[in-house]
Design a protein around this ligand. Structure first.
Ligand code: DQA
Length: 147
């Protein structure tokens, strides 16, 4: 199975961006950890980042028929984008929502996720490890579905 790990806006700056909130791990390090962890779970992981909402919509559309599931950190678009939510509903792929920070412990505007209602589940507050937990969750979900 192939999994798309999709990162939204500002996550290209991971490692230097507000390290007190998001940690010092770079996006490159997150991506290599995802690829390695995926391999150990029999998943082939492809990573993508964009700062553009439409490009993220395009990536979700393109995932259909190519990837078995998506790990998505939509960044701030989580809290604003009905287009991303609709894209997820349209492709009918299992999506695990990830946030490095615990969005529920932060500003009120981060408590709302437009992704959560159409996601398999949400993992937040565990830093970069959250992506690996998300891959585990997807691996379990796909194994159970194909059993
Ligand atoms: C984030 C949380 C969002 O609220 C924020 O806009 C981000 C990163 C996280 O990973 O904790 O860009 O998705």
């Amino acid at each position: 199975n192939s999994i798309l790990v999709l990162h939204g806006p500002n996550l290209n700056l991971l490692g230097t961006r507000q390290p007190e909130v998001y940690g010092t791990t770079t996006l490159e390090m997150v991506n290599s950890a995802c690829v390695a962890h995926g391999q150990s779970r029999g998943l082939s992981v492809v990573c993508l980042q964009s700062n553009h909402e439409g490009a993220l919509v395009d990536a979700i559309h393109a995932a259909k028929g190519v990837h078995a599931g998506i790990v998505l950190n939509a960044g701030a678009y989580t809290h604003t984008s009905i287009a991303l939510r609709d894209a997820i509903s349209s492709v009918e792929l299992p999506v695990v929502e990830v946030h490095l920070s615990n969005i529920h412990a932060r500003e009120a505007f981060r408590h709302v996720s437009h992704i959560a209602p159409v996601a398999l589940g949400q993992i937040c507050g565990f830093g970069a490890q959250g992506y690996l937990l998300a891959l585990d969750a997807l691996a379990e979900h796909l194994a159970a579905r194909n059993a």
